[in-house]
Design a protein. Structure first.
Length: 424
């Protein structure tokens, strides 16, 4: 099957390459010159483990091509995936301007029946809007169908998730479109749920919001565990053994971030408010998440005498999670900004993620030199493997603040470190 992917960002590129692996012929359409040129040369413009090699493989095999020629791309493909961004607006809603532009472009250049698939994360009711946007740009009435087919990719594990999905959700009321989508996904063995577009769109938001709620639940509970001198990791382990709860997303830390959870929670809250049905649980989820980096900051101030002015703090990790370079809504950046407001001297290290706002150290040792404390904000494996005994003499004070509860507390204390975790 020939597939057009509109938008060659994180979701679009990953989706396209997985379809290549399934034997389909894929074209990536984007208006960004730099992205298109990089992809044509087999160079990924973001960090995602394993995806770069897959790109090089399918570019070399000409299984995937990239173009800026919108008219030809729309004309030549009968299955079109919309994979553009839906950034958060000031009021918390999803900005659908990119989706609208794509839909109108398809309507303008459509020459025969198309199946238009929204892979982007969009609010409930967007499929109906896409149908309207396409229709009003048609010069002659040409039939088409709109399908909601949300992605469930975890940054850092996107390739595995895309090749081995837990489920595939297909939202359409058209039997013709269902047939096309069944053929597209026929090699997958996971459950395939067929529903209407609104339910499909809600499944995506509900899934991400529920996972965010689990994170905020254990993070808020960690504050009580801290007061009661209980190891929150023990509580998480005990809860996770209950198959009704499960162990995933129950690890206390400094909060969630990235391009999905914060945006999707806000968008679902906004949708509910628009219908005069406030979602009080999700409102609390967002509030707890915003406060969690400040909980760590309070712990840091306590161990450093209450004042961070002129204290040198080494921040290990900028990305919102390991195995990605994504710093969007990263709790690490929230903490860094608060440290700057406290007049601390900040030294930053991350193996992949970059920021222009603050100077970064090339090595962990460089970041640790003369530091009054090291704070771990991202759970990179590199930080687990640090030789802390060798690092200790470089520091002004042997203090480690573990915002991910990822280090061996007993070992560090034996080495003479003061160790502060999240109720750990």
């Amino acid at each position: 099957m020939k597939i057009l992917i509109v938008g060659t960002g994180y979701v679009g590129t990953t989706t396209g390459l997985v379809f290549c692996e399934m034997g389909h012929q894929v074209t990536g359409l984007d208006l960004d010159d730099k992205k298109i040129q990089a992809l044509k040369e087999g160079n990924l413009h973001f960090y995602e483990p394993g995806l770069d090699k897959l790109l090089q493989k399918h570019v070399a095999a000409k299984q995937i091509t990239f173009t800026k020629d919108t008219e030809s791309a729309v004309n030549e493909h009968d299955v079109i995936f919309i994979c553009v961004g839906t950034p958060q607006s000031a009021d918390g809603s999803a900005d659908l301007s990119y989706v609208q532009n794509v839909a109108e472009t398809i309507g303008t250049y459509m020459n025969r029946y198309k199946v238009i698939v929204t892979k982007s994360t969009v609010p409930v009711g967007t499929a109906d809007l896409v149908r309207q946007w396409v229709s009003r740009k048609q010069t002659t009435s040409i039939p088409f169908d709109v399908v909601s087919n949300p992605e469930f990719l975890r940054e850092g594990s996107a390739l595995h998730d895309a090749l081995n999905p837990d489920r595939i959700v297909i939202g359409t009321t058209s039997n013709k479109a269902k047939k096309v989508m069944r053929e597209l996904y026929q090699t997958f063995t996971c459950p395939i749920l067929e529903t209407n577009p609104k339910a499909s769109e809600m499944i995506k938001y509900a899934s991400n919001s529920f996972l965010a709620a689990k994170i905020s639940f254990i993070n808020e509970l960690s504050r009580l565990c801290d007061v009661l001198n209980i190891h929150v990791n023990d509580v998480s382990a005990g809860m996770g053994l209950d198959h009704r709860i499960g162990p995933h997303f129950l690890k206390a830390g400094i909060g969630y971030g990235g391009s999905c959870f914060p945006k999707d929670v806000s968008a679902l809250i906004k949708t509910a408010k628009d219908h005069k049905l406030p979602l009080s649980i999700l409102e609390s989820v967002g509030k707890v998440n915003a406060e969690q980096p400040l909980f760590l900051l309070t712990k840091m101030k306590e161990v450093l005498g209450g004042d961070l002015k002129n204290k040198t703090i080494a921040v290990l990790g900028l990305a919102f999670k390991a195995n990605t370079d994504d710093t969007r809504e990263s709790p690490s950046l929230v903490l860094v900004e608060r440290l700057a407001a406290e007049k601390a001297n900040i030294k930053i290290h991350d193996p992949v993620a970059k920021t222009k706002a603050y100077p970064q150290s090339e090595t962990i040792e460089e970041a640790a030199a003369k530091a009054d404390a090291i704070v771990i904000c991202t759970d990179w494996d590199q930080y687990k493997q640090v030789d802390w005994e060798q690092l200790k003499p470089l520091m002004n004070q042997p203090i480690i603040i573990d915002g991910r509860n990822m280090l061996d507390k007993d070992k560090l204390q034996r080495l003479g470190f003061t160790y502060i975790g999240i109720a750990n």
